[in-house]
Design a protein around this ligand. Sequence first.
Ligand code: NAD
Length: 446
Amino acid sequence: MVKITVAGTGYVGLVSGTCLADFGNHVICVDTDAKKVDGLNKGVIPIYEQGLDEIVERNIAAGRLQFTTEFAATVKYSDVVFVAVGTPPAEDGGADMRYVERVIRDIGRCMERYTVIVDKSTVPVGSGRQVKAWLREELDKRNEKIPFDIVSNPEFMREGTAVYDFLHPDRVVIGAESDEARKIMKTVYRPLYLNEIPCIETGLESAEMIKYASNAFLAVKIAFINEIANLCEKTGSDVRDVAAGIGCDKRIGKQFLQCGPGYGGSCFPKDTQAIALTGRRYGAPLSIVEAVIASNERHKLKMIEKIEAGIGDEGVRGKTLAILGLAFKNNTNDMRESPAVTICEGLAKRGAFLRVYDPSAMEEAAWRLSSIKNSVYFAHDEYDAANNSHALVLLTEWHSFGNLNLQKISELLSQPFFFDLRNMYKHEEIEAAGFKYFCIGRGTDA
Ligand code: NAD
């Protein structure tokens, strides 16, 4: 049984720590947020992830999983410390490393024996070396020569399916510099090795690059299909058929070819910015990634114009719009960089009043939409949002939004505009219910 500390109990730390405990390791999750830790100790899971509560409960009961704010005692006890704190965007577009630095320096102040420090946070290429320097600096201050290893073990889980993704990854990436560290990591991930999940063993820099290059590539796919969707609208093509046609090509693949209101979330926007900055810093600009970032920003604004144009000459000024979906995608309450925020703010700025609803993100929406709070009503459900609104705007692909009572919605709306920015409905069914239907990339509202 490997003794593990996980620093940070956000999406990645909580899911990783819980699943590593389920693998048979002994895991203590540490967070500086005492309220969160207190809640977790009482069984309150702060994020919405399918199956997570059950695995947390099972592993607490088995004595393999604990939550605490006591960092030093936990680190002293551990063989491995996973760093899973946030790396939000810094002002220059790079990754803000202050939370990582704090954890590393704290480790350096208290570690007492050989420890493997695993970087699970998404950090720019070169961070492993920087982490080593911070740690050495702290040990030097103590006049200590305690050995340690740094490992880069980037995480690829998707919010909404994070538990499944952690337990069934496409690959595990281990960037390490010593056989000892690689051996310990193999024990930590033993059940995945036994299941023959591909393990990519690299040096530190390659592992760090794999994470950014993966996210950048996925962002390219999304931005690409969104631009193709715009062209489909002009040419009378249907982007769903086009995506199916190109996705069947194994060299391209079907995933990440669903068009929508633009990519968002805690990873793609910040990671594309960060790798683009790395490219500029190293004199190897990533012009494709730079173009994707600009394309995604334009696409979100285009959605506002689409709604404005669809409603007609008067536009959205003075209109009430029902907004369905605020999270950046379904099955999560996360609104970080959600296109819904840009779109809601843009619509409010143009004089619209918004009746917003999301099955999971209402608490987060209360502060994420605070800059437009005088233009927002927080609805109880889809139908409350639609009540007396001039138009319905569907922004997140929650399954429940794909099964609306169209009759009821049409009775509640004062005007029959239906903007489906996730392409969840068919023209025929929406128009049969009496709506004027607008979707993305389907050549009908060119
Ligand atoms: P998050 O913001 O949800 O959680 C970070 C947690 O770290 C918070 O609970 C915070 O209180 C805690 N924290 C901050 N400083 C701390 C300290 N000194 N000691 C202990 N805890 C501390 O972040 P997240 O979404 O889990 O992301 C973590 C990292 O993983 C980021 O680098 C992110 O890019 C990367 N990542 C995220 C995802 C995802 O889907 N969210 C997927 C893959 C990788």
